[in-house]
Design a protein around this ligand. Sequence first.
Ligand code: HEM
Length: 409
Amino acid sequence: MTDLAALIERFNVDDPAFIADPYPALGALREATPVFWNERSNQWVLTRFADVHETLRHRGLGRAYTHKYTHAELGHAEPDSRWADFHQHEAWSLLCLEPPDHTRLRRLVAKVFTPRAVAALRPDIEGYSEELLDRCAELGTFDLLADYAQPYSVAVICSMLGVPREDTQLLLDWSHAIVKMYELSTTDEVRAAANQAAAEYIAYTRDLIAAKRSNPDGLLVSELVQVEDEGDTLTEDEIVSTTMVLLEAGHEATVNTLGNGVRALMKHPAEWARLVEGGVDAKTAVEELLRWDAPLQLFERWVLEPGVEIAGRPMQVGDEVVMLFGSAERDPRRFDDPDRFDVGRGDTAHIGFGGGIHFCVGAPLARQELAVSLEGLVARFPNLSLADEPEYQPTFVIRGLKQLLLSTT
Ligand code: HEM
C-alpha cells in the first residue's frame, strides 16, 4: 500500500478513533494531496481551503443535477421509493435546488434573514437564553446541549417560523431522525426512521400551513403562505420544504457549534479566561468556534458541465465532489498556526457558512444566537468547567457531542 493509500484508509467515518479526533488524519491527507478518490463513497475529495473555496463558487458544479440531467443520464438509479417521504420533504429545499428555482425561493427567504431583521430579534433571543441559563444555574451541573442549546435554538427558529412552543420537542425529534440520512454511511433502519419522521413532519407542516391560512400571524410560515413576490406565489410543497430546511439547517449546526466550541473553551482555559476578562468579545470568539471544530464536516457538489478542473484534476460531468470543511478550515496555507485555538483570531472569512449561491442564509441569525449564548455563559458562569469528559456522536458529516456536562462552580 502506498503512503497516500494508507492515509486514505485512515479517512474512515466508521472508525470511532477517527470520529473522536479526525484532525490528525485530515491534516496528514491535506498535506499529502489536495484531492483524492474515495473508493468507499465513489467521490473526489478536496482537502485544501483554496479548492473548497473555489468549488463553493464554481457555476460548473451544483448541489443538485436533476434540473439538467435525468438520474439515468448520470448513471444513477432512481431514488429508492422506500424513502419517498424523505425525498419529498427535501424536494423543494433550497439545498436541493439550483437556479432558476433556487434564485426565486432564496429571494423570498433571504428577506426574513437580513442582518437588520435578525438584530430586531435580539431581545427575544436574549430572553430565551436568560430563561434557560436560570435553569442551568439552579442545576449547578448541567448538559449544555440538552439543557440549553437544543431548547434554545429550537425556540428561536420556532418563534421566527410561528410554530407553537409546545410542539418544539416533536420537531426536535423529527429533525434529529431526518438529518441522519445525510451521513456518508447509514443503515436501512436509520433510513426508515428518517423516512417515517419526514412523513410525520410533512403532515404536521401541512396542518400548520392550513392553520396559518385561516389565522395569519405575520410570522415566517404565515408570510410564506401569503407571499406575492413580483407576482410569484409559493406552492404548498415549496412552503413545506422551506419550513423544514429552516428548522433542520437552523437547528443542528447551531447546537453543535456551541457544544464543540464550549468544549474547546473548556479544554483551553486560557482562551476562556480571555472571554471572562473581557480581552476578547463573544462575537469575535464565535468565528473561531466555527472554524476550529466544524459542526458540518463536509458538503458535496455534482459536476454539471464539461471542462471542470479542480485542484489540477479534470472532472467528468456527473462526478461527485466532496469538500472537507474541517480539513480546509485547518489549512496552514490559509490560516496561521491553524491547529491553535485562538478566540481572538477574528477571521470572519472562513468557510463555516459556505460560499457562493448556497451561502448560509441563516448566518446572521446563527452568529447572533451563538454570541448571545457565549455572552450569557461568560457573564453567569465565569468558573465554568467540564464535569465529565465529553464524547462525540458517532457521525462524521454532522459533528457534535453526545452531551457536554458542565459545572458552574
Ligand atoms: C452555526 C450554525 C450554522 C452553520 C455552521 C451553517 C452552515 C451552513 C452552510 C455551510 C451552508 C451551505 C451549504 C452548501 O454550500 O452546500 C448552509 C446553508 C444553509 N443554511 Fe446554514 N448554518 C448554520 C445555521 C443556520 C441557521 C440558524 C439557519 C436558518 C434559520 C440556516 C439555514 C440555512 C439554509 C436555508 C441554507 C441553504 C441556503 C441555500 O441553499 O441557498 N443555517 N448553512
